[in-house]
Design a protein around this ligand. Structure first.
Ligand code: SF4
Length: 400
């Protein structure tokens, strides 16, 4: 299978990426959350300068698509006014942190303190050479939910204790408190740089570095296992709040307004393509069904029901939004969702890069030269079972 083009960097707000339908502008809400004012403002910016849809990424960021180059300065001004913009693109690139979205509300929460201190620490200029995909995960709540989320340095918990773990190692080093955890996490990042973790192309990940033979010094490693991981939560009630998944990761500006008007103090962005409202228990009175959506999304963009078949299909943006795609993905995803067996899982990838789910799936459809290859129990870049099926043939294959 021909290799897709790997760009090796992620779009930001300051440094957007040109796509098939305009600029992709990625917004990283500080601490992974927005106030209702910020959410309303972002929804308005998406409607004014983009396609009117906000995309949730698998690293708990938000993306606006379809932004014209001429609109970018006004969009940047709008983001700055909402306090959703870093000082510059270098600071934005390094602030690559996913924090447990199910943590309690309030600044005294240990995970919030860790994430805030990491944000300050990452502003240090000596960390500027970190690759743009190098990231931190703060997953130290009573339930470890982010084990499947990509991150190079992880702050986790073992019972009542915090530990810091390099991705790729099963165990980490126990530390006394949040300040010590952040210090050690930043030291791990510095060690990664000093020990040659970044290649000549500016890329590199901790797991690959360790697998290639790099040895962690004793003061940066330990023998403490993090607590057992838990499956990603499904939409519906979660603790004191409620989670609302976005069909194929897309939320319309109007729906974002509706969430902002729900009475929640903050909207937490999760890496599970779901928004978590930590202090709202019942949204049904605020969120009547929506029937005026683009056909690619379905009857409603917000999913309350953990059994909604659209949750079993992952699809990247595909054509025409992504210039690397030769096939449309999301309209097929919607048609196939209802035909999947109850526990079936499907990934539709516009090309072999597999942006939306760079991992194995029970079934994967991979776009190539205007048709689909079918991979069973593998990743988009694996050898397919069948090649060159048209969308019509795929629909027939799935029973209709
Ligand atoms: S996987 Fe999808 S979004 Fe990623 S490059 Fe390929 S077509 Fe584009």
């Amino acid at each position: 299978m021909s290799a897709p083009t790997i760009k090796g960097w992620c779009p930001g707000a300051h440094r957007p990426m040109m796509s098939g339908d305009g600029l992709v502008v990625r917004v990283r809400p500080p601490l992974g959350e927005m106030t209702p004012r910020q959410a309303r403002g972002l929804a308005d910016l998406a409607a004014a300068h983009g396609h009117g849809v906000v995309e949730l990424t698998n690293r708990a960021n938000l993306q606006l698509r379809g932004v014209a180059e001429a609109d970018h300065p006004a969009l940047i001004q709008g983001l700055a006014a909402l306090d959703l913009l870093d000082a510059d693109s270098a600071a934005e690139r390094r602030r690559n942190i996913v924090t447990d979205p199910f943590r309690p509300l309030g600044v005294d929460d240990v995970q919030t303190r860790c994430a805030a201190a990491l944000t300050r620490g990452l502003a240090s200029r000596d960390l500027a050479p970190l690759p743009s995909k190098f990231g931190f995960v703060v997953d130290a709540g009573p339930e470890r939910r982010l084990a499947g989320i990509s991150g190079d340095v992880r702050i986790e918990a073992a019972g009542a204790h915090l530990l810091v773990r390099a991705d790729g190692r099963a165990t980490g080093r126990m530390v006394a408190n949040a300040a010590a955890a952040v210090r050690l996490a930043l030291e791990l990042a510095r060690w990664f740089l000093a020990s040659g973790g970044v290649g000549p192309d500016g890329r590199g990940r901790m797991r690959r570095h360790l697998a290639a033979g790099a040895t962690l010094p004793p003061e940066l490693s330990g023998d403490t296992h993090p607590q057992a991981d838990r499956p990603a939560p499904r939409p519906g009630p979660i603790g004191t709040g409620i989670g609302l998944a976005a069909a194929f990761g897309l939320i319309r500006a109007q729906s974002l307004h509706r969430l902002a008007d729900s009475g929640a103090r903050v909207l937490r962005i999760t890496p599970f393509r779901m928004v978590f409202l930590p202090d709202v228990q019942d949204l049904s009175v605020h969120d009547p069904s929506v029937h005026d959506l683009p056909p690619m999304i379905g009857a409603s963009d917000l999913i309350f029901d953990g059994d909604d078949p659209r949750l079993r299909v992952i699809a990247c943006s595909g054509a025409p939004a992504c210039p690397q795609a030769s096939v449309a993905t999301r309209d097929l995803a919607l048609k196939l969702a209802a035909r999947l067996p109850e526990k079936g899982q499907l990934h539709i990838s516009g090309c072999a890069k597999g942006c939306a789910h760079p991992a194995r799936s029970e079934l994967t459809l991979v776009g190539r030269a205007g048709a689909f290859d079918l991979v069973r129990d593998g990743a988009p870049w694996d050898e397919p079972l069948r090649r060159g099926a048209s969308p019509h043939q795929i629909l027939t294959l799935f029973g209709g």
